[in-house]
Write a protein that binds this ligand. Structure first.
Ligand code: FAD
Length: 366
């Protein structure tokens, strides 16, 4: 049986950054993904904040500099504004710099960077189980791993294998494309369009990504009908190619280490509960997991060092996001109440909440 120091399961943003960090740290590294084409189909809104915005949320500039690099050829549009749209159409605009990216290109670019650093990339190869040091593959083969990075997304197979089950709500998500408009802002819509969640429009180069996420489907509703209704009500025209997926929303777990497995990204529940954004935290956690795995196999350092490093960089803001999301849930059942609340805190309050601060009209602070 083949043996590797580190086997990374999943070549999304978390896994590819982890594989690169592990290979650069001197570990023999295998990166596996069951997709025939990495990054496709796209199950994402494809928005990432700028590094400066990210540094405003997470006080870890050195980690952001080494882990959060948006491959330049994958950027579709630079955006400068976010607009939150209330249930009755009132708009609250504030500055937020970021990019829309082609996830289809982005995931490939990150995986090829891991290959460039010395990791071996194999796909399509499905992982069905982790048993002791054996990573079992679809079709019956297996490889041996001293350490495993579980970056296999919200329905993590490795999580099921080792009994890692963080507390969370699985939001049902749908994403699709429409023709436009193509400006330099991203929009989030709240209220009946996406009960308990939100809908979005993110402009790409020549079309716009639209979609929505909800904690549960209203009785008799389905995701395709909801996204069509949203696009119609927002004047965005007809939607194309809807795809469905999941986003885990909840507080960050206390530990991301189970035996020889280190969890990163969606598999670890590291999504911003306030807006479902998980690409940056996937990359940051992936980097820390890959580095900890390499230190473990090279220098015998304990895998628990990963818990120390991700908690220091990510725990506080992610936990605040979960608290803000729980606060917002109080308004989710009533459009008039939600509209009133949004009007009360205003654009500056919504801006503060997106930046994980309490609006000054609710007492400020963190
Ligand atoms: C509709 C939607 C819109 C979103 N919009 C945004 C957004 O605009 N901005 C943002 O920041 N975040 C967004 N998110 C969240 C973001 O997509 C995720 O947080 C991010 O992709 C997490 O990266 P990851 O590497 O942890 O997991 P993933 O990107 O899910 O990658 C996991 C990889 O593991 C592979 N895999 C899974 N199981 C196995 C297995 N058993 N064997 C082998 N390979 C396996 C998969 O093929 C996949 O390539 C959105 C999510 C959804 C669903």
């Amino acid at each position: 049986m083949e043996s590797f120091d580190v086997v990374v399961v999943g070549a999304g943003p978390a896994g590819s950054v982890a594989a690169r960090a592990a290979a650069e740290g001197g570990a023999t590294t295998l990166l596996l993904d069951h997709r025939p084409e990495l990054g496709h189909p796209v199950q994402c809104g494809e928005f990432v904040p700028s590094a400066a915005e990210l540094a405003d949320l997470f006080a870890c500039p050195a980690l952001i500099a080494r882990a959060f690099e948006v491959p330049p050829g994958t950027v579709l549009r630079e955006t400068r504004w976010m607009t939150c749209v209330g249930p009755f159409g009132r708009r609250f605009r504030f500055p937020l710099s970021g990019f829309t990216v082609s996830r289809r290109a982005f995931d490939k670019a990150l995986a090829y960077r891991a290959e460039g650093a010395g990791a071996e990339l194999r796909h399509p190869v499905g992982v069905v189980e982790l048993r002791d040091d054996e990573v079992r593959l679809a079709g019956g083969a297996a490889v041996r791993a001293r350490t495993v990075v579980a970056a296999d997304g919200p329905l993590s197979t490795i999580g099921r294998s080792v009994g890692f089950a963080p507390h969370r709500a699985m939001f049902r998500m749908v994403t699709a494309t429409v023709d436009g408009p193509l400006d330099d802002g991203i929009d989030l819509h709240f209220g009946r369009v996406a009960p308990g969640g939100y809908a979005w429009r993110f402009p790409r180069a020549h079309d716009a990504n639209v979609g929505l996420g909800v904690p549960a489907l209203p009785p008799g509703a389905n995701l395709d009908a909801l996204v069509r209704r949203f696009a119609r009500s927002a004047g965005l025209g007809s939607v194309r190619e809807p795809t469905h997926w999941w986003v885990p929303i909840g507080p960050p777990p206390a530990s991301l280490v189970r035996g020889r497995a280190l969890f990163a990204g969606d598999a670890a529940n590291l999504v911003m509960a306030t807006n479902g954004g998980g690409i940056p935290t996937a990359m940051l956690s992936g980097c820390l997991a890959g580095e900890a795995a390499a230190r473990h196999v090279r220098d015998g350092r304990p895998l628990a060092e990963y818990d120390r490093s991700w908690r220091e960089a990510l725990y506080g803001p992610l936990e605040r996001a979960a608290r803000i999301e729980r606060f917002g849930e109080r308004f989710a059942g009533s459009d008039p109440l939600l509209a009133l609340g949004m009007r009360y805190i205003g654009a500056s309050g919504l801006d503060a909440m997106m930046r994980l601060r309490w609006p000054s009209r609710l007492g400020g602070g963190s």
